[in-house]
Ligand binder design. Sequence first.
Ligand code: HEC
Length: 115
Amino acid sequence: MKRRSLPLATLAAAALWTAFAGDKNDASTTWTLPAEVATLAPGAGLESVRANCALCHSSDYITTQPRLTRAQWTAEVEKMRGKYGAPVPTNAVPELVTYLVTAYGNEAKVADKSR
Ligand code: HEC
């Protein structure tokens, strides 16, 4: 059994390699990203949010959240970093969270009646 499994694994690896190598995804392939649909509210930390949170998804993921607490926004940012691999430096987290909770959280100064 041990003797047979190695060549089989090699064959499977070769088949996989061929499948991927056959995918002609060369440098001339161009991608057009959809236009950003959401506009983030002004506030301290906005540039940091733009720099750290626009990499993977539209900012309407942020603007359509319910008014989260500071703890909830912190958990959200940590989830982006830990679970989804967002390259957000540790020292940027407090500024991001403060922006999020004051612009889109329960620490917003002006109550938005539409929410
Ligand atoms: C590395 C990619 C990546 C980056 C960078 C990123 N996110 Fe996300 N984000 C995701 C993924 C993946 C999801 C889940 C998408 C889905 O469920 O369709 C998500 C979902 C969300 C959601 C929706 C609620 C949820 O938990 O699913 C919010 C809010 C959010 N992100 C906020 C942020 C904020 C704020 C930042 C900046 C600190 C950020 N994201 C940066 C990948 C990223």
